[in-house]
Write a protein that binds this ligand. Structure first.
Ligand code: NAD
Length: 694
């Protein structure tokens, strides 16, 4: 019987305890809903004075079981369970530990009262999966804490601490461990109290200032350009202020159903599940354990090294930066300090926390510190000779069995590993700039890299708050290799008729955090120029821009000009350069439609992504999407490049690539073999990835 399987019923005298037993995260799958429904009835029948709902495992509940979405719904529904709770003649008290998220929090909100451990977190993250809370969260929370406070929690989807929830007024009390005993004692002490259910409360919403609510909503929506679910959240929460509870529920349901079946929600869930899937490494023997890492050494304290080291200190792992001179070391450490100070000033870090983190960061000018290291990450200049020399030294100094990682963005991990006697423990750990902020970590597997090294890089990556994705060794790995194929099309579009602002506008309207030209200005156009020089390639327009000393933001001029506040401004001089080059090359410029710009930006990346899959550099198509949504400003609600291509249909992708290959004479745009094959079979990247990883 489901009740016995997913909800355990215990009795502590006349206080009954229903324990959700679907660990580790207690999603509210059918068996749980059924168990709660029957359990409450049984408890009342047996004469309980109060009922405590508690969760097994890591948390109270992470909410709905998303794998049940889109399938025929099995009764009882969550609202039916909530009806049972609300109609129960004795109080039902939710006892929260770990997290109560989404439907999990909605369950707690439907109860008569809530107690929590101080370490617990509560939130309604549905917006991040592309829909709105669907079981009354948008109606109950405003009735408990007011429209604006509820709106912030629902539109951002960010969890808050139990302490904050007590202050806001939707958790009754913080209790001590052990939670069950405390919750039972609390329920016993309050069993005779009168509780007003959230659905019956009007005190926080009566006479709500709708103009203030709308202003708060507008400010929140500004942060989620193009995304539909935050708007749906606003509509539903606003209904709590303007209509009855039941009408509000109907509006919430309408928003939920519209959004949950929409493409944005599918994209967001694709990325959400993809992020978990990416942690599953095909072929990794069961039980492979990460090597113990209690401290780390980072070689090089420049732009990347400093940021990488901060990640360790932020997570209380002792870390030492090694630099060549005291001056360079001081500069590196000062850059870390400046970063922390900025967060401190913004109020997101306390002085005490800053000091604690800072105490985990040290510096040294001698490589000898590597002797005591559990993990070494190299982040010196991007030069093979320099890296090989360093790895030879690291190999001699580091204890046997210690993993040696490189943050190289382009160089071969195999060649770097060849300088050591332990190539099996050499791996790429490719962080993205700013390394203390960006979530993506491409772990690069060399030909010799073993599973111990892979497990270690994966585990450490997670411990320092990153999202590791394992990729193969090739020029540019996954992310930079794919964006690199877009660059020639940028140059061609400029030559044929676009201006920088046209391309950036199309890409930013699509949802990218920043268009490719503005990104170039941020990174420095001299870097691309140096790469072209080294590779013997030319880009007449980009080269002409750099030749004028326009290196981007750092020189206040690049594809745009920048004022002292770094505001991006269109510069007529750039248009003049473009027109001049086009004339010299006798290119007749034409008006280029937005759709063509979009396709010429995305299709070359998709084509390269297909080659990456063919070669096994990425295990699954979704790994590629996860890379882009976490390291390249790709909006998760668009699902990533491979998701985009699957939606377009691979036959269509093949035809458009052929069209552009012919139009632009760029052989690189000829459809990859895998696209030809999947288009012919009527397949897609998603299914290919799954097959490949299995
Ligand atoms: P950087 O020039 O800012 O820093 C390199 C630092 O290494 C310098 O401070 C230098 O003094 C130090 N160094 C050089 N030789 C050393 C040695 N023998 N021992 C100790 N320190 C030494 O460069 P960066 O941008 O931080 O890049 C570092 C690495 O990270 C490169 O491999 C680069 O390709 C990679 N990377 C850079 C980015 C980026 O956006 N900048 C992104 C990802 C990866």
């Amino acid at each position: 019987m489901a009740e016995e399987r997913f909800v355990e019923h215990a009795r502590d005298g006349d206080i009954h305890v229903l324990r959700i037993a679907n660990p580790p995260v207690n999603t509210l799958r059918t068996g749980v809903r059924e168990g709660l429904h029957l359990g409450i009835r049984a408890a009342v029948k047996e004469g309980a004075r109060a009922i405590v709902l508690i969760g097994d495992g890591r948390m109270f509940s992470a909410g709905a079981e998303m794998t049940e979405f889109g399938k025929p719904r099995q009764p009882p529904s969550l609202p039916e369970v909530f009806d049972e709770i609300e109609n129960c003649k004795v109080p039902v008290v939710a006892a929260i530990h770990g997290s109560a998220l989404g439907g999990g929090l909605e369950l707690a909100l439907a109860c008569h009262a809530r107690v929590a451990l101080a370490s617990a977190q509560v939130g309604l993250p549905e917006v991040k999966r592309g829909f709105v809370p669907g079981a009354g969260g948008t109606q109950r929370l405003p009735r408990m804490i007011g429209g604006e406070a509820a709106l912030k929690i629902i539109v951002t989807g960010e969890p808050i601490s139990a302490g904050e929830a007590v202050k806001l007024g939707f958790i009754n009390a913080i209790v001590d461990e052990p939670l069950e005993a405390s919750a039972v004692a609390w329920a016993r002490a309050h069993a005779g109290d009168t509780f007003t259910l959230a659905r019956h409360r009007t005190d926080k919403i009566k006479g709500a200032d709708l103009a203030a609510f709308d202003a708060a909503a507008a400010a929140l929506l500004k942060r989620s350009r193009g995304q539909e679910s935050p708007k749906g959240c606003v509509t539903a929460v606003r209904a709590a202020l303007t209509t009855s509870f039941d009408e509000g529920l109907a509006i919430e349901r309408e928003q939920f159903q519209r959004l949950v079946s929409g493409e944005q929600s599918q994209a967001l869930r694709h990325v959400f599940f993809g992020e978990r899937e990416a942690q599953r490494i095909p072929g990794m023997p069961e039980g492979t354990k990460s090597l113990p890492v209690k401290n780390a050494v980072v070689i090089g304290g420049g732009t990347m090294g400093g940021g990488i080291a901060m990640n360790f200190a932020n997570n209380y792992i002792p870390v030492t930066i090694v630099e060549t001179t005291q001056e360079a070391l001081d500069k590196g450490l000062a850059r870390c300090d400046a970063n922390w100070q900025r967060t401190l000033k913004s109020g997101r870090l306390s002085q005490a926390e800053y000091e604690k983190r800072r105490s985990f960061l040290k510096g040294s000018t001698t490589l000898d510190v590597v002797k005591d290291a559990d993990l070494v990450i190299e982040a010196v200049f991007e030069n093979m000779e320099v890296k090989k020399e360093i790895f030879a030294k690291l190999d001699k100094l580091a204890r046997p069995g210690v993993v040696l990682a490189s943050n190289t963005s382009t160089l071969s991990i195999d060649e770097i590993a060849s300088a050591t006697s332990r190539p099996e423990l050499v791996i790429g750990m490719h962080f993205f700039s700013p390394a203390n902020v960006m979530r993506l970590l491409e772990n690069v597997r060399g030909a010799a890299t073993n599973f111990d090294a892979i497990a270690t890089a994966t585990e450490v990556g997670k411990r320092i708050g990153k999202l590791p994705v394992l990729v193969g060794n090739c020029d540019g790995f996954v992310g930079n290799r794919m964006t690199g194929k877009r660059t020639p099309q940028v140059e061609k579009l400029l030559l044929e008729g676009c201006l920088p602002q046209d391309i950036d506008r199309v890409m930013e309207t699509y949802g990218m955090a920043m268009g490719p030209l503005a990104t170039g200005d941020l990174a420095g156009l001299d870097i691309g120029a140096a790469v072209r020089k080294a590779r013997g390639t030319v880009a007449p327009i980009a080269d002409a821009v750099v030749a004028l000393g326009r290196f981007g933001q750092k020189t206040s001029k690049g594809w745009y000009m920048y004022d002292e506040k770094r505001t991006r401004l269109v510069d007529p001089e750039v248009e003049a350069i473009i027109l001049d080059v086009a004339e010299k090359l006798q290119v007749r410029r034409r008006k280029i439609e937005d759709q063509e710009i979009l396709e010429r930006m995305l299709l070359p990346m998709v084509n390269e992504g297909a080659r990456i899959l063919e070669e096994g550099v990425a295990y699954r198509a979704v790994d590629i999407d996860v890379v882009f949504c976490n390291g390249f400003g790709w909006p998760a609600w668009r699902g990533g490049p491979m998701f985009w291509a699957d939606r377009m249909g691979l036959k269509n992708v093949r035809d458009r690539l052929e069209h552009y290959a012919e139009l632009t004479g760029d052989a690189n745009l000829k459809p990859a073999k895998l696209i030809e094959q999947l288009a012919a079979e009527g397949g897609n990247f998603a299914s290919f990835g799954v097959k490949r990883a299995a």
